[in-house]
Design a protein around this ligand. Structure first.
Ligand code: GLY
Length: 376
């Protein structure tokens, strides 16, 4: 297991914070939060740890021991695992725990889990007493490289994913790569989908490092060096982008590469059959092919093929699931929150390491590409 520690600064004015990548770092959670002289959360304060039963069973004790040792009064709220629980009822449960434990303005919440726990804890913290501190301790690769950073928090509405939410930056993000040892392989691959995304939209050397790897489909087959590169480059890419555009008024939208079709696929398959990373993988195939067909950039068939090789090496799906209705996808695209003035915004690659946003993709163009990637 790699031993190198890295800290990446997310330079958001008034809200800057560190992303610490540190093997074994879970045991230093309390110490880093209470750092002498400049504590991120004052020792003695209440800290509500929010997690799910699976993650809490594995890592709850260590997180709580570390926080208690640093002098915090620790309480906990355990929510059922799964995207289907990412709703307002769960937020109410976190707020109930905050009320019962008398969390104050100077208290904090710690999200110990994957993207669902991170998004919900962030939103509960953003809204409790009009905003208290949140610390993100992501335990899935996907949450490490994407969801835990950048301050997007929220829950799903019955009519659509992440429709309810707020921007609320964490005080710290603590990434302990050792916890990936217990991550189910399918979840690991979902995280790699987002890493490939950064390679395509921002970081060509990252893309090339992924190309050089023999395998990307299993954590145990990925070298320490490569894992370090994946985490460091992905987090740096996200930090670079969000610090330029915190509220997604412009460039931040490129982080949604693969997510336009991806969100539609997730919602049409009921958020259960296909996970987020898998849906994004299919969405990246669609976006790459649309870019190729539109012929408005340097992106060509060879680049689409290189992306395809990486997705296949990760054993991610690259075709739309059998039985999915293309008309329904086109309707779903228009109800996504990324729609502006009725036009669907696609993120398309320009060349390896660069992407742009466009609302010029015709329904016909999208339909042609989607038809071409239906499972035969
Ligand atoms: N996950 C995309 C973003 O944070 O903007």
């Amino acid at each position: 297991m790699m031993t190198t520690k890295t800290t990446i600064r997310v330079n958001i004015p008034q809200d800057a914070y560190d992303v610490r990548i540190a093997p074994g770092g879970l045991d230093y959670l309390g110490a880093w939060l209470s750092a002498e002289g400049t504590p991120l959360v004052k020792p003695g304060q209440k800290v509500l740890v929010v997690s799910n039963p699976v993650v809490f069973e594995l890592y709850g004790e260590r997180a709580i021991a570390s926080l208690t040792q640093a002098g915090y009064q620790v309480c906990q709220c355990i929510l059922p695992a799964g995207e289907q629980y990412k709703n307002m009822a769960s937020i109410e449960k976190i707020h109930d725990a905050a009320y019962e434990n008398r969390l104050e303005r100077s208290s904090a919440m710690v999200a110990l889990g994957g993207g669902v726990i991170g998004d919900m804890t962030g939103f509960a913290a953003a809204t409790w007493l009009r905003g208290i501190a949140v610390v993100q301790v992501p335990t899935s690769l996907l949450a490490m490289v994407d969801a835990s950073m950048g301050g997007k928090t929220g829950v799903n509405h019955p009519k659509g994913k992440n429709l309810i939410g707020a921007f609320h930056q964490p005080r710290m993000v603590l990434i302990d790569p050792q916890v990936l040892e217990t991550l189910p392989v399918r979840e690991f691959r979902a995280g790699v989908a987002e890493v490939i995304k950064y390679g395509v939209i921002w970081d060509e050397p990252l893309f090339e490092a992924l190309e050089a790897a023999n395998r990307l489909d299993d954590f145990t087959e990925v070298s320490d060096d490569l894992l370090q590169t994946m985490l460091k480059h992905s987090c740096q890419a996200k930090a670079d982008v969000v610090s330029q555009d915190v509220k997604e008024a412009g460039i931040r939208a490129i982080l949604n590469y693969g997510h336009t079709v991806g969100h539609a696929v997730e919602s049409l398959t009921g958020y259960s059959k296909i996970n987020h990373g898998e849906a994004v993988a299919i969405g990246m195939v669609a976006a790459a092919r649309i870019a190729e067909a539109m012929n408005e950039s340097d992106w060509d068939g060879a680049a689409t093929a290189r992306q395809q090789v990486l997705l296949e090496k990760t054993q991610l799906p690259t075709q739309l699931p059998d039985g999915i209705n293309i008309d329904e996808i086109l309707v779903a695209l228009k109800s996504d929150k990324k729609v502006s003035e009725g036009k669907v915004r696609f993120v398309l690659p320009k060349k390896l390491g660069e992407a742009f946003v466009t609302d010029q993709v015709s329904d016909e163009g999208a339909r042609r590409v989607l038809k071409a990637i239906v499972t035969e």
